[in-house]
Design a protein around this ligand. Structure first.
Ligand code: AMP
Ligand code: MG
Length: 536
């Protein structure tokens, strides 16, 4: 094979300690062909060698966490390694075996069909990270697909991972985005119009890439031995604070997964993120946002919106359903660990913890978005309900609305005209802001003003609180698409600019004002901006 192990003098700060493969059983077959992989948690497989690797972009913050310098990242070796052309000493590439429920149906074995883990790095601070290439070629889990990824979807994954991190939302990270120099055939809308696109690889980074489906696969196969082995490993490695694995620990572990998932979904609802494919293989056991595919950001607030055209009819994974879907997914995970627990009641109780923890987290989050000191059920529940109705009366940009609301001086009833002037940029059809719609909104703003009096914060103090939770910058769907359009012509400048702007999503950053504008009309029905598919 053309691959070579490079001496540890290169990137020697990357200390590999591959516990996952050390402690869990490997597929005995080492040939790389599509198959069912049983009695094992992963298969060894090498990334494929590509012709012309080229660095598009890297994340300086992620590099720093891995103790990599700017010089390291700009070296030819970096590009070779993170496109899959060279292995560093200590790397032992493998693909994970997992299953999952897709759109509500058990889909059997899925696995890393186009992701290859390079190994686990422990940084100077003792933090553990798995490095994973997405789009680096076929694995035993590729079924009849090609194991590759295109630039379009890779730009989206790279930028959104880092944007989520800077928003303070648990997520897998992205170290690098590279081009392979090879063309990949994709039928973007599965409508018979396949075309060649540029192949790309993202190096993803996370403490662990384990998913709900990683547990489910062993339960589905009635392999209780491996189920227990995998869960014990997960608890010891990723949840060491829970203590030694036991039936009691399985329950506290599951409860913690419920809490983490609740916290994650509260964050998504806070910023208007729609994952798009909340299948159980795309749910992280660590409560991270994982697998950026046909995700999108709410422009006008609409609980029924989903960016995923594949889900356009049923809208299973639309914005408003995300909390319920997470609960459904957790129920599948509970079913999967039931053989180890043997009792239903404590699992049901843990699922109830998800429900209450989500509800409380959501109320607190909404109170924060509105700048309240705390959530007061009697006043705030109806106020929030009415606001969410008001936001759907006429197309209202969610991100802009909350950001601008912080600037309204609602304490002064005489300033009503100024409220609307301030909020106007949030409206897609400002001419509709008349009559009943305007009256209802004015009434809500008055009630909001009264509610704020309870807390007695200054406008400046409230504004500061609100701006800390209501981002000014999110990866608007059309912005990602513009960056992709430019990247397709070989110009990566907008990727860099977006990466930079999204580093400080809560700051004003007037130099990036153009990235804080509502969706332009041309983007409303354009592919890639409002309509996406799983083709990536
Ligand atoms: P997703 O819903 O995109 O997370 O993908 C579901 C499953 O399909 C996972 O097992 C992926 O690894 C696999 N998959 C998606 N795209 C490809 C591809 N181009 N080649 C191989 N496997 C893929
Ligand atoms: Mg996936």
């Amino acid at each position: 094979m053309r691959k070579h192990h490079l001496s540890s003098a290169d990137f020697s700060q990357l200390q590999f300690d591959n516990q996952f493969i050390k402690q869990l059983p490997a597929d005995v077959e080492t040939e790389n062909y599509s198959r069912q992989v049983i009695n094992s948690c992963y298969s060894f497989v090498n990334p494929r060698v590509v012709t012309a690797p080229q660095l598009v972009c890297y994340s300086p913050e992620m590099a720093q966490l891995l103790d990599l310098t700017e010089q390291d990242c700009n070296s030819p070796l970096f590009t070779q390694v993170f496109t899959g052309n060279a292995l560093l000493a200590g790397m032992q590439p493998y693909a994970l075996c997992y299953g999952g429920h897709q759109f509500g149906q058990w889909a059997g074995q899925l696995g890393d069909g186009r992701a290859i883990n390079l190994g686990e790095v422990v940084n100077q601070q003792g933090q553990r990270f798995t490095l994973q290439l997405k789009g680096a070629g076929k694995t035993p889990y590729s079924r009849n697909a090609d194991g590759l990824a295109v630039l379009r979807s890779s730009v989206r994954e790279f930028l959104c991972s880092e944007a989520m991190h800077h928003l303070g939302i648990p997520t897998t990270r992205a170290l690098s985005l590279t081009l392979t120099g090879e063309a990949v055939l994709r039928d973007m809308f599965y409508d018979g119009h396949a075309k060649h696109e540029a192949g790309a690889v993202v190096c993803r980074v996370a403490p662990s890439f384990s998913r709900f489906g990683s547990v489910q696969i062993f339960a589905a196969r009635n392999d209780t031995v491996l189920l227990k082995q995998f869960l014990d490993y997960t608890i010891r490695t990723d949840f060491p604070h829970l203590g030694d694995p036991s039936v009691a620990t399985y329950l506290t572990w599951f409860e913690e997964v419920c809490r983490r998932t609740a916290a994650l979904i509260v964050h998504w609802q806070r910023v208007g993120f729609v994952h798009g494919v909340m299948n159980t293989d795309n749910m992280s056991l660590l409560g991270l946002t994982i697998d950026y595919g046909p995700y999108g950001w709410l422009e006008n607030y609409d609980p029924n919106w989903t960016p995923n055209t594949t889900d356009g009819d049923l809208r299973r994974y639309c914005f408003g359903r995300q909390p319920k879907i997470a609960q459904w997914n957790l129920t599948q995970l509970a079913n999967a660990i039931y053989p180890l627990v043997g009792r239903i009641k404590p699992l049901e109780e843990a699922l109830q913890v998800y429900v209450t923890s989500f509800a409380q987290g959501w109320e607190k989050m909404m109170a924060e978005k509105l700048g309240f000191l705390s959530y007061q059920a009697t006043t705030d529940a109806p106020l929030i309900d009415e606001l969410l109705d008001c936001l759907t009366l006429t197309e209202t940009d969610m991100t802009l609305f909350y950001r601008l609301l912080a600037h309204c001086d609602v304490s002064d009833l005489d300033k009503q005209a100024s409220w609307f002037e301030i909020l106007l940029p949030a409206y897609y059809q400002p001419q509709q802001l008349t009559g009943e719609i305007k009256a209802r909104l004015a009434q809500w703003l008055r009630a909001y003003g009264q509610r704020l009096q309870q807390d007695n914060l200054s406008n400046a103090a409230r504004q500061q609180r609100m701006n800390a939770v209501n981002p000014k910058f999110v990866l608007r769907n059309y912005l990602a698409q513009l960056a992709i359009d430019k990247a397709d012509t070989g110009d990566f400048s907008m990727i860099e600019q977006l990466l930079d702007a999204l580093r400080h999503p809560y700051a004003e950053q007037p130099q990036y004002e153009a990235f804080a504008q509502k969706r332009p009309d041309w983007a409303k029905n354009r592919a890639g901006c409002s309509m996406l598919s799983c083709s990536s």
